[in-house]
Design a protein around this ligand. Sequence first.
Ligand code: AMP
Length: 483
Amino acid sequence: MSSISSARVGKSHKKITNKYLSDLKKKLSASNKKKETKQILNPEPASDSEDGGKDASHDDDEEKQIEKKKQEQEEENLKKSFRDFGLKDDILEAIEQLNFDKPTPIQAQSLGPALEGRDIIGIAQTGSGKTAAFAIPILQALWEAQTPYFACVLAPTRELAYQIRETFDALGSNMGLRCCTIVGGMDMMEQARELMRKPHVIVATPGRLMDHLENTKGFSLRALKFLVMDEADRLLELEFGPVLDKILQIIPRKRTTYLFSATLTSKIDKLQRASLHNPVKVAVNSKYSTVETLIQTLMVVPDGFKNTFLIYLLNEYVGKSVIIFTRTCAHAQNISLLGRILGFSAIPLHGQLSQAQRLGALNKFKSGDKSILVATDVAARGLDIPSVDLVINYDIPTDSKAYIHRVGRTARAGRSGKSVSLVTQYDLELILRIEKVINMKLPKEVPNKNEILALHDSVDRASAESIRQVKQFHSNRKIRRGN
Ligand code: AMP
């Protein structure tokens, strides 16, 4: 039944996407003409035409003064403690229990305007504390109101949704917060029951949320006060576009909206679709940067030696916590098996696993039960996995932004960390593109040649064995299914 319905959904989704594309084109050309565009990008009121008479140097002075004031305000904000923001005691206590000594820069800059009720566009690196930056003002407002379906947080991946919910649970632990996670791959009925318990905060992936809005009796978001889009740039992409548009149409226009992301392009049409009202833009770090505590290197890998280089690195980091990123699910599966054959404690995480398997893998890695996670980009975005020591790019991502998200899994919240990219002759162009985006040349690291040669044969044999085992597994499955 599920495969039939998913095939139908696939077809209609394609139709919607095509229609969506043509609508978007129309909207885009219309949006060029719209005056309000300017206000969205620049929350300060546009100057009057009378100002046109002022000379350029006067404008320059004024701009400099505004910039100076802004900087002074930002420096002031950075000195503030959580208490200075006038947060409720229940929230302050929870913050203390979490050992957050002082607000991180994104929190320091966004809490003020958020608590005043402004819409926020927050641009901050992964690991900067952006989840608490949007959770705290929501909880502060909820403390007064305590109404069901008060806030909805949308995230592009299921794992991220679970993680956001954990932050809400922790920060709202002293005020009787009811929170629920609504994501695909989990039981609809159980989720419907949770929704009937009237949670204050719903953390969801867009598709499943829409399913419930359409099919779960008694559930609506008519009373919604806050909408958050985390990893907003991903949510505003075409993949989620049609569903997101539907959600935006049925929730109240009068609400507060937060867009948070490590990489947010301020494309006018996208912001308009997110329908923000006079938002404050808080950019803590320059575009597409990586944290200073992260050491990034690359290794140039000769043909046929990629697995040997990988195992060499795993030997160097034995007992430490490592994430290996691959481009495909098959690679993730193979590499995880290769690691296990060679005695490493590895577990795969990719989109072809069931949701329960994905969560299980993540939990095992988080708890330290497994020290190596082999993942596709499903795991790259937004996930807060504490104390990852090393990120290995087994395959170089074709999208430079994915590189930032991947390496952002380590060196989080002030800790140090390292990333190594395994670069073959076919990846040189991709690496050049990444270096341009991160504005630095990745230093080359050269492994010990003798160790590589000593490892090569046994790694080759183990690689062949892992491929054999994966093939065997697939053919056994076919036999079990009778085809
Ligand atoms: P995020 O960017 O929201 O994924 O958060 C990254 C990590 O920073 C999480 O482990 C948070 O618990 C932690 N964190 C958030 N805010 C603070 C803070 N003010 N002080 C210390 N750690 C924090």
